[in-house]
Design a protein around this ligand. Structure first.
Ligand code: ATP
Ligand code: MG
Ligand code: MG
Ligand code: MG
Length: 572
């Protein structure tokens, strides 16, 4: 590639809405361009990275027996109604109507469509196992699109779906995907961790998330450095009550700061030891129904049904993503509940005198979901605004690991992949069966496997930056090598060497770009450091006269002279 025929458009400053470094740098490096909330054009440099990510995924998926197809973006509502997801997905599912008034979903994933394909195509156990995948645009009307490609509304996902004759075989297919994901994330050159994502965390799990480790990650993940226990926070918290209680025995020291607002108050409150005077809060969520239930759980807890002897509501605070109930709203809903000791705003401190663990308190607060009061593990997470999950945690650093092999550590991660044993939930609701060895119809055993293709870009950058810009791992860099000629228009010697090195690198299969834009060295170097190309070769007369080129790796502090003849080998 020649830079003069490519499109490079860098910015000195990032737009003010870019909160985290990957978003800022992708905007500054001209990799993406915002069209609307959570909707971006993938500019040429960004698209090159996306294509490399996709190529690695495709290679490893094919190696693992995946078969590629391509399912439609726009999918009839009827399919979604069959599984109940038309209702269940709520506002995150983007719906459109055609000119005849027929309804469609824009796919957030494709379980329904692939199950529909398979139920009409697969007749016999002899055709199994199968694993279909595609790399396709997704749309999710996220509550809070943010961080550029990290949480877009339109984004690219690789989603795969496995079909098996029985549970054992489904688990084998799952294991193959788990291993393929490990290979994929290793090839990207990123530091990642696979964590159990459901409450089977101790004895093997039916679901794992793959997280790229980064302090800006939206998820908290829990692991034990001295064993292989690793789970996402929801799974760690959803352990059976006894284990959760055991995990929450570490001394908890904080008290809610008077006047604390938003997340602080809740976070502090939930980490509080009991038998202590605190201020508490009443809250509701944006979703009316869930809000009432959350609030009601608080009220149940507060009014003494659960061994709480005395409670007075002192203060209503705010919480990010939550709309806090006003006193009038709360009274309208709960004013008549016996035991409610309001009114809000009386500013008395709250005294909770009870023999309850913090873990239990979090259970009560989080216990509400759309279906009711029960606490099901990971369900509630979906009903809570993002950002709150970590603040509600009842598992803290230093707790005993559930496997008894050490203590827990917590770090932050970006969920880049998710593998899931679905079992027969979709095949049963959609009547996707096959004939088993005895000629009897049986529901297909399914698994589903997602990778956030475009999210990988953000995650990789969060892990690989310095004050000059991005430092791409070579495997997914937009270009592997940039050739920077000094005075190419003036020097025949430079021109000849640039052309010959360019051809030699291309012949060696290296993805190389020549910066023939005629920029001054400072501006040229700054562009490539910002864009994050891993290898830079400067070709100048002075060096050439000594038979050398100047090489600098993106992480190197200074350049090294490399003999002209050895450069291709040096880079490979
Ligand atoms: P999250 O918890 O971040 O909302 P999710 O659990 O809803 O993600 P899945 O349904 O598991 O996502 O989808 C598979 C993968 O797709 C995720 O692991 C993630 O990498 C990616 N992904 C999900 N939502 C988005 C988004 N809004 N923007 C970019 N990538 C996304
Ligand atoms: Mg999501
Ligand atoms: Mg998730
Ligand atoms: Mg997920």
């Amino acid at each position: 590639m020649r830079a003069s025929r490519f499109f490079i458009s860098t910015l000195k400053d990032a737009p003010s809405d870019a909160e985290i470094v990957s978003h800022q740098l992708m905007m500054r490096a001209g990799m993406i361009k915002r069209l609307g909330s959570g909707i971006y054009t993938y500019m040429p440099t960004g698209l090159r990275v996306i294509r490399k990510v996709e190529a690695i995924i495709r290679e490893e998926m094919n190696k693992a027996g995946g078969i590629e197809l391509l399912m439609p973006l726009v999918q009839p509502a009827e399919l979604w109604q069959e599984t109940g997801r038309w209702e269940k997905m709520g506002p995150e599912l983007m719906r459109v109507k055609d000119r005849h008034g027929r309804e469609y979903a824009i796919q957030p994933t494709s379980e329904e469509v692939i199950t529909d394909v398979v139920r009409s195509e697969i007749k016999s156990y002899r055709q199994l196992p199968l694993n279909f995948y595609h790399i396709q645009t997704k749309f999710r009307d996220e509550r809070r699109p943010r961080f550029g490609l990290m949480r877009g509304r339109e984004f690219t996902m690789k989603d795969a779906y496995s079909f098996d004759r029985d549970e054992a075989s489904m688990k084998a297919s799952y294991k193959i995907m788990y291993d393929a994901y490990t290979a994929i994330f290793n090839r990207f050159g990123l530091t990642f961790r696979a964590v159990a994502a459901d409450n089977g965390a101790i004895g093997g799990s039916g679901s794992h998330e793959f997280h790229v480790i980064a302090s800006t990650g939206e998820d908290a993940i829990v692991y034990c450095p001295t064993s292989d226990y690793a789970a996402n926070m929801e799974a760690a918290e959803a352990l059976p009550p006894a284990a959760a209680r055991a995990a929450a025995t570490a001394p908890l020291s904080k008290t809610a700061t008077p006047g604390a607002t938003k997340c602080e108050a809740v976070a502090e409150l939930l980490k509080l030891p009991l038998n202590q005077t605190v201020k508490t809060i009443a809250l509701t969520v944006e979703k009316e129904v869930a809000g009432k239930q959350v609030l009601e759980n608080w009220m149940l807890l507060l009014r003494g049904d659960h061994e709480v002897n005395e409670i007075k509501v002192g203060k209503v605070a705010g919480l990010a993503g939550y709309r806090f109930a006003t006193e009038a709203e709360i009274l309208a809903c709960y004013g008549s509940i016996p035991g409610y000791l309001g009114p809000i705003g009386t500013k008395q401190p709250v005294t909770i005198v009870a023999d309850r663990t913090v873990a239990n308190m979090a259970d009560f607060v989080c216990g509400a979901n759309e279906e009711g009061f029960h606490y099901t593990g990971a369900n509630w997470v979906r009903d809570l605004p993002e950002g709150l999950v970590a603040d509600l945690r009842n598992v803290v650093e230093g707790d005993a690991s559930p496997d008894g092999k050490g203590v827990l550590a917590i770090e932050r991660g970006i969920e880049v992949g998710h593998v899931f044993q679905l079992g027969t939930s979709y095949s049963e609701s959609m009547k996707a069966t096959f004939l088993d060895e005895n000629g009897k119809p049986a529901p297909l055993q399914m698994g589903c496997y997602g990778i956030g293709v475009t999210r990988i870009l953000g995650a990789a950058i969060e892990q690989n930056v310095d004050d000059k810009g991005i430092i791409w791992p070579a495997a997914i860099a937009p270009f592997e090598v940039v050739l920077c000629p000094m005075g190419m228009d003036r020097s025949e010697m430079v021109k000849t060497e640039v052309e010959s090195l360019y051809a030699a690198l291309q012949a060696a299969g290296v993805d190389v770009i020549v910066d023939d834009r005629g920029l001054r060295p400072g501006a040229m170097f700054a562009d490539w450091e910002l864009i994050g190309v891993p290898h830079r070769v400067v070709i100048g007369e002075r060096g050439l006269k000594e038979g050398n080129l100047e090489y600098q790796g993106r992480r190197d502090l200074e350049a090294t002279a490399v003999p002209v003849a050895g450069m291709v080998e040096f880079i490979k």
